[in-house]
Design a protein around this ligand. Structure first.
Ligand code: FAD
Length: 325
């Protein structure tokens, strides 16, 4: 028997949707291994997150709750995950390749002396052996890899694993002891957390994304926001737009930004560099607006409009508004 441990992500006491993608992986991996999966919730005041995790079909929900875990610090969380994995003889530790997972899981792997398969987009099982599909070269190629260490650590790309539904059953919840922070944690001090508040859907989870590129210059918000508003969309941006200060860095879509796979992705004034495509080409329908008919973005677009964005986008916004009365 070989069991899987899902590292849950919680914010303000609630379970984040990213956890559901890791649970989908865990169901598949545990079935192949002939084992079970548990969900580990870490923090302080996370009872509601644990209760929600208990609806996801796990054999157990483990709760590591302590005042010292009230704010996320990798140096405090990584030893907790590693200790739980070791104590329970876990074969695979999995989380989602969100900012949280990308920060935490490599440290967990180092503590466990485990191989780490990051940002996987698929699981291939042969009997009880697990192989992981991973993008390479900015998503231009995919490789299959396996991990040879006794414990494996995996992060899954959220857009590649559908969110797990509630199972209908309630898993038992067990509190686990939290050891005092080690020397590494003692040297780290939490100073502050600046959260960007937005009424828009979260970029990585949105069904519709409207992204703008460098071409928008200082008119980024003036042109993109009204279109995003009428479509109920999240706003994204190219790296060039972020680097130039037209859009904040947390909106960047691409290889070194967020990976999105919405039902509809509208790329406005974006050339379609491979590093940008790496973050959005999994979108269901791609619409591109660019004045250059040869822009590479048109090679991946389902619908393309060759036009000046400064006239086309306000007109499109107006027409959508009018069609809705
Ligand atoms: P440009 O390439 O300058 O394109 C602007 C486009 O706007 C052009 O196609 C032009 O025809 C069009 N345009 C201009 N004026 C108008 C107008 N009036 N109306 C309509 N269209 C107009 N990029 C990312 O986006 N995300 C990443 O994560 C990322 N990671 C990177 C990682 C590495 C290691 C490297 C080297 C690069 C990375 N980049 C990334 C940068 C990437 O290579 C491109 O430079 C960037 O995506 C270009 O952004 P852009 O399309 O907004 O700008």
């Amino acid at each position: 028997m070989a069991d899987v441990l899902v590292v849950a992500e919680a914010a303000e006491g609630k379970l984040k949707k990213t956890t559901h993608s890791a649970v989908t992986f865990a169901r598949q991996a545990a079935a192949a291994l002939g084992g079970t999966y548990s969900i580990l919730v870490i923090g302080s005041g996370v009872d509601a997150a644990a209760t929600e995790a208990a609806t996801l079909g796990a054999a157990k929900v483990l709760v590591a709750q302590d005042g010292s875990l009230g704010v996320y610090l990798a140096e405090r969380y990584a030893p907790v995950v590693a200790e739980v994995a070791k104590a329970r003889g876990i074969a695979v530790v999995v989380g989602t390749a969100s900012g949280y997972g990308k920060d935490l899981l490599p440290r967990v792997a180092a503590r466990l002396d485990a191989g780490y398969a990051s940002d996987i987009t698929g699981l291939v099982t042969e009997g009880s052996s697990l192989k992981y599909r991973r993008p390479m070269f900015a998503g231009n190629a995919f490789g299959l890899c396996s991990v040879a260490t006794p414990i494996q650590v995996v992060s899954v790309r959220q857009s590649a694993f559908a969110a797990a539904d509630a199972s209908g059953a309630q898993s038992p919840v067990e509190q686990v002891a939290v050891a005092r922070p080690g020397a590494a944690a003692e040297r780290v001090e939490f100073v502050s957390f600046d959260q960007v508040k937005s009424t828009r859907p979260e970029l990585a989870e949105a069904k519709v994304v409207v992204s703008g590129g460098r071409a928008l210059k200082e008119k980024f918000n003036q042109v993109i926001d009204p279109l995003a508003d009428v479509l109920g969309a999240a706003v994204g941006a190219s790296r060039a737009a972020c680097d130039a200060g037209y859009a904040p860095g947390d909106l960047q879509v691409g290889q070194t930004g967020k990976i999105v796979a919405p039902q509809l992705y509208v790329a406005v004034g974006i050339s379609g560099a491979i590093q940008h495509l790496a973050g959005m080409k999994g979108s269901k329908v791609i619409v591109a607006i660019n004045k250059d008919a040869d822009a590479p973005i048109f090679q991946v677009a389902d619908y393309g409009l060759v036009a000046d964005l400064f006239t086309a986008v306000p007109e499109l916004t107006k027409q959508i508004q009018a069609s809705r009365g």
